[in-house]
Design a protein around this ligand. Structure first.
Ligand SMILES: Cc1nn(C)c(C)c1CC(=O)Nc1ccccn1
Length: 328
C-alpha cells in the first residue's frame, strides 16, 4: 500500500510547525497532528484533559470509539528538547493515515500537556516517526505507526516534502519521482539512539567557498529551525549586516530589510541549497526579524529542522537505514 497526506504549515506565514490529518477510531475522529521524525510517541489531546489546558484543539474521545481498548497499566510521559512535555495513558486503536490503517496502534492519550502545547490551537498532538526505541510507554514500550505498517507498504520508506508557506506532503510507501529535480543523494543513518542521525559533509554561506567539515545532525520534522554549531552560525550571520546575537532572546536576529545569503549543506558531493528568504523565520517587532538558523548550544548534535526540510525532498528509507535528499 501507499498513502499520502497534506502537510500544512501553521501559522500560515511563519511555518512554525506542519500538521497532517490522522483518522482515529470508529466512527473516525480526524485530528491534525505534528509528524515528528525526532520522536516516537503517537499522542493526542483527549477528553481526559483539564479544560484549562485546552484552547481550540480537537479532542480524541476514546468512549466515542467502538474500536478503542484500554492498554491496562500502561502510561507515558515525554519531554522534548525545548522543555515542552505531555503525559497520560494508552489505548489500542484503529489509526489511519492516507488510507493506510493499522487496527491496534498504541495511541497515547494525554491527560496533561505543557503550555507550549496548550497554547497551540493548530495541533492536537504528535505522531512520532523516529525509531521505536525512543517510545516512552511503560512498562512495555510501543511501536510507532510507521513501524507497524512497514510490512504492508509498497516500499519501506516515507517521503517528506514540506513547503514554505504552502501545503506539502508526507508520502508513505513511495517516492514521487515528479516531486524533485535531479537525483536523490542518500547517506547512511545511525539509528542506534532512535534518531534519523546523519553526517553532512560541510556547508557554505551564500556564494562563499564550500567548507568541508562533518556536521553530525538529526533530521527532525518536529523542530522548526535549523540548529547548528556556534562557529557555523556565526559565519552565516557575519554575512548579514545588522544581525546580532540578541541578548534577551539568546538568539540571532537581523533587520527584516536585510538580504539574507543562502545556506548550503553537503551530503557527500551533493549540495542542498536553502534560499536566503527561507532563513527569515518571523518578525519580532516593526523592524527586527528572527533567524531560522540558530545555535545548537550544548546539544550533542545539530538539528536539521523544517527550515532545511522545506527546501528539499527528503526520503526516510527504513529498509536500507539511510536518508536521501533532493532539490525541487
Ligand atoms: C532537542 C532540542 N533542544 N532544543 C533547544 C530544541 C528546540 C530541540 C528540538 C525540540 O525540542 N523539538 C521538538 C519540540 C517539541 C516537539 C517535538 N520536537
Amino acid at each position: 500500500s501507499t498513502g499520502i497526506v497534506a502537510a500544512t504549515p501553521f501559522p500560515a506565514e511563519y511555518d512554525r510547525e506542519y500538521v497532517a490529518p490522522v483518522s482515529l477510531g470508529t466512527p473516525a475522529q480526524e485530528l491534525n497532528l505534528i509528524f515528528d521524525t525526532g520522536s516516537s510517541d503517537l499522542w493526542v489531546f483527549s477528553t481526559s484533559m483539564p479544560a484549562a489546558q485546552v484552547a481550540g484543539q480537537k479532542l480524541y474521545n476514546p468512549s466515542g470509539s467502538s474500536t478503542s481498548a484500554v492498554l491496562w497499566g500502561h502510561t507515558w510521559s515525554i519531554q522534548y528538547g525545548d522543555g515542552s512535555r505531555s503525559s497520560g495513558t494508552v489505548v489500542n486503536e484503529l489509526v489511519t493515515i492516507g488510507g493506510i490503517s493499522y487496527a491496534s496502534q498504541a495511541l497515547e492519550i494525554a491527560n496533561g500537556v505543557s503550555a507550549q502545547f496548550s497554547q497551540d490551537p493548530a495541533s492536537s498532538g504528535l505522531l512520532g516517526l523516529g525509531f521505536s526505541i525512543l517510545n516512552t510507554v511503560i512498562p512495555t514500550s510501543q511501536k510507532t505507526w510507521f513501524d507497524n505498517v512497514l510490512p504492508t507498504l509498497a516500499a519501506p520508506v516515507f517521503t517528506v516534502d514540506l513547503k514554505r508557506a504552502a501545503p506539502g506532503t508526507y508520502t508513505f510507501g513511495a517516492i514521487d519521482a515528479s516531486s524533485y529535480a535531479g537525483k536523490i543523494e542518500y547517506t547512511p543513518i545511525d539509528n542506534s539512539n532512535g534518531f534519523w542521525r546523519l553526517q553532512a559533509s560541510g556547508y557554505q554561506v551564500g556564494t562563499s567557498p564550500f567548507q568541508p567539515t562533518t556536521i553530525d545532525a538529526i533530521a527532525d520534522t518536529g523542530t522548526t529551525l535549523l540548529m547548528l554549531p556556534a562557529a557555523i552560525v556565526k559565519a552565516y550571520y557575519a554575512q548579514v549586516p545588522g544581525s546580532q546575537l540578541h541578548a534577551s532572546y539568546g538568539a540571532y536576529t537581523f533587520p527584516c530589510s536585510a538580504k539574507l545569503p543562502s545556506f548550503t549543506f553537503g551530503i557527500g558531493r551533493y549540495r542542498g541549497v536553502i534560499p536566503g528568504a527561507f532563513v527569515s523565520y518571523g518578525r519580532i517587532d516593526a523592524t527586527t526579524c528572527y533567524g531560522g538558523i540558530q545555535d545548537q548550544g550544548n546539544l550533542p548534535f545539530s538539528i536539521f529542522g523544517d527550515i532545511l526540510m522545506k527546501a528539499q525532498v527528503v526520503v526516510f528509507d527504513a529498509g536500507r537505514t539511510r536518508i536521501g535528499f533532493a532539490a525541487k
